[in-house]
Design a protein. Structure first.
Ligand SMILES: Cc1cc2nc3c(=O)[nH]c(=O)nc-3n(C[C@H](O)[C@H](O)[C@H](O)COP(=O)(O)OP(=O)(O)OC[C@H]3O[C@@H](n4cnc5c(N)ncnc54)[C@H](O)[C@@H]3O)c2cc1C
Lengths: 324, 256
């Protein structure tokens, strides 16, 4: 057993940046020449060339007509064969929706357990991941025989660590053709669709006031609406607020909603779960109002007020109005 | 349709987290517990499917004695009966180990559908349902918001990233992991709470299920996250803090 496999994921015919982050994480486990980048699908030539230019050890194309569209059954069967063939010590994935869908099953098939959503890797293969919705960190270690499966959290590793490798001659590309039969694929996925036409463009907003579950009741939303109006800001929300139907889904910020990067992002009663943070941490200035001083939102905030939003928000609205 | 819903009891979202001595888990003294939210949606979806198509809903939960409280909540909301896998070492089992326990309890039930939440609010690995499907040899789908029974099986609505969705057709039996927010959760009625007391609650131990516990992945240490960024916390009364913040946003951050 030797070598590190990194399973890359594409979107729209390009390798996704979260996959380069997974590759950057793999560099903490071993030198670039020990890393094999894996592209998978029905047509992988262009993806393989993109990966080969990054200066990894090798690139493998796992290619079969039955690998498009994505299905967990197809990916598990194909990658199991690849892993048997390659015998890696570690297998690294980006922690995407797709990886969540098949990697745990693939690991289980090989008697392994995925260390998922890893935020840091320390010497000696100690993997840190978050517990309690980001309120605690836990260190994990793989024991026993067989490959160690790891997936990396979006944004936790720097994709540009990989760019530094480029410039070396491109890696050799080989093709691996798995044995797949249509009868192995038990699910029939449909085309991706969107629910409703987008009418607000949070992506271009300069200021955003975003509200979370701390607001407690729909009738309290007036408080944050007043603040947003006073600041000339768009109103946005964490997922539970949109799930409840208190605000339309197009105002949801996060991994299953919009990605925003305003000048000012003011988070009111939002705890700061990673799925929310990925949608807003590129904002120029982040302000958090939360009664819990240990809320993870303060990890990314430039300014914070620890206190009861029902007192702080009206005071803010007053101050802004008075200054006008 | 016979549906098994796997439910986890987790610390209440607003409960303060303290690290237990030894640093391997949180201090559970005086902790409030709740049903894992995505599991509550899985239960709700199961109850709605039963209301439409008939059948039976069986709640399944692994955990120590206290888990009984969450199981009774599921029964009060409308599950027909329940199975508790009594085990005190849930925290030291890895995802594979926990899924082995649940799969062993599910197998003799021969359900048409297994539903569970897409991840737990405490450990948050988001793997249990997927691994259970693998161990049971069943097809699965994750991040599901809605399930519709069809002649051939089920059609499910799956959430994709950035506001996209997808429909998937699949045969039964199958395992689905449910995302929060696809429907409205019901409350237990007084009648439901009363009736729950008469419903069957079967206990099995991990040892009886014969699922081995030796983990491949070991949690070594938990700690508070190290702060990456220095946040300026504005002190004082709400009024003072508000005034100081607006001033900073104008003159220091220059975003107003
Ligand atoms: C696959 C997946 C995708 C997801 N996608 C998204 C997404 O796109 N966007 C998203 O936001 N979430 C998403 N989530 C959900 C995410 O994990 C969190 O559950 C969610 O962001 C929590 O929302 P919240 O912070 O509003 O609520 P909570 O986590 O409940 O936080 C509420 C906060 O309010 C504070 N508070 C309470 N009362 C007061 C008060 N009186 N004054 C001040 N503060 C108070 C509390 O201290 C707490 O920090 C996703 C989850 C999954 C699993």
């Amino acid at each position: 057993m030797s070598g590190i496999l990194v399973i890359l994921e594409e979107r729209g015919g390009r390798i996704r940046s979260s996959s380069w982050e997974a590759l950057a994480a793999a560099l903490k486990l071993g030198p670039a020449q020990d890393i094999t980048a894996v592209v998978i699908g029905a047509q992988t030539a262009a993806l393989a060339a993109e990966a080969a230019a990054k200066g990894v050890g090798k690139v493998v194309r796992v290619e079969h007509p039955l690998l498009a569209p994505y299905t967990a059954d197809g990916y598990c069967a194909a990658l199991e064969q690849l892993l048997q063939n390659q015998g890696p010590t570690q297998v690294v994935f980006p922690h995407t929706y797709q990886v969540r869908d098949y990697a745990p099953a693939l690991a289980a098939r090989m008697g392994q357990s995925l260390i998922g959503d890893v935020v840091a890797i320390e010497d000696g293969a100690v993997f840190t991941r978050q517990l309690m919705q980001g309120r605690l960190n836990a260190n994990y270690r793989h024991s026993g025989n067989g490959p160690c499966f790891v997936s990396t959290q979006a944004g936790a590793f720097r994709a540009d660590a990989v760019d530094a490798l480029a410039g070396a001659s491109p890696a050799t590309i080989t093709t691996f053709t798995p044995n797949l039969d249509a009868s192995q694929i038990r699910t029939e996925p449909g085309e991706p669709f969107r629910e409703a036409a987008q009418t607000v463009d949070l992506g271009s907003a300069q200021r955003i006031v975003s509200v979370g579950r701390g607001i407690k009741e729909e009738q309290n939303l007036g408080l944050v609406k007043d603040l947003a109006a006073a600041l000339g800001a768009e109103l946005a929300a964490s997922r539970p607020i949109c799930d409840n139907g208190w605000l339309p889904m197009e105002r949801q910020v996060g991994s299953s909603g919009q990605t925003v990067a305003p000048k000012l992002y003011l988070a009111v009663g939002i705890s700061g779960a990673i799925q929310h943070l990925v949608g807003m941490k590129g904002s120029q200035c982040i302000v958090a109002i939360n009664k819990d001083p240990d809320a993870p939102i303060f990890e990314v905030a430039d300014y914070g007020i620890v206190g009861d939003l029902f007192e702080v928000v009206p005071a803010l609205t007053e101050t802004v109005k008075a200054a006008k | 349709m016979k549906i098994v819903v796997a439910i986890k009891q987790v610390p209440d979202r607003d409960a303060p987290v303290r690290i237990a001595p030894g640093g391997k888990w949180i201090d559970e003294t005086d902790l409030q517990w709740a049903m894992n939210e995505p599991d509550a949606y899985a239960l709700e979806e199961a109850l709605q499917l039963k209301e439409k198509n008939g059948g039976e809903v069986v709640a399944l939960s692994a955990g120590p004695e206290r888990t009984g409280q969450t199981i009774r909540e599921a029964l009060a909301k409308g599950a027909d009966r329940a199975i508790q896998v009594v085990c005190d070492d849930l925290g030291t089992r890895d995802a594979l180990g926990v899924a082995k326990l649940l799969a062993a309890a599910i197998k003799p039930e021969n359900p048409d559908l297994v539903l569970t939440g897409l991840q737990s609010e405490d450990i948050g690995l988001g793997q249990t349902g997927v691994i259970a499907a693998e161990l049971l040899g069943l097809p699965h789908a994750t991040l599901i918001l809605h399930v519709e029974k069809t002649d051939a099986g089920v059609t499910v609505k799956r959430e994709l990233e950035e506001g996209w969705f997808q429909s998937i057709e699949m045969p039964l039996p199958a395992v689905l992991t449910m995302q929060s927010g696809g429907t409205k959760l019901r409350y237990a009625t007084l009648m439901g709470i009363k009736r729950a007391k008469t419903k069957e609650l079967k206990s099995v131990t991990a040892a009886e299920l014969g699922a081995d516990a030796a983990p491949v992945v070991v949690l070594e240490q938990i700690a508070l996250p190290k702060k990456q960024k220095s946040t300026q916390i504005l002190p004082g009364s709400p009024k003072e803090a508000a005034a100081a913040l607006i001033e900073k946003l104008k003159t220091e951050a220059r975003v107003l």
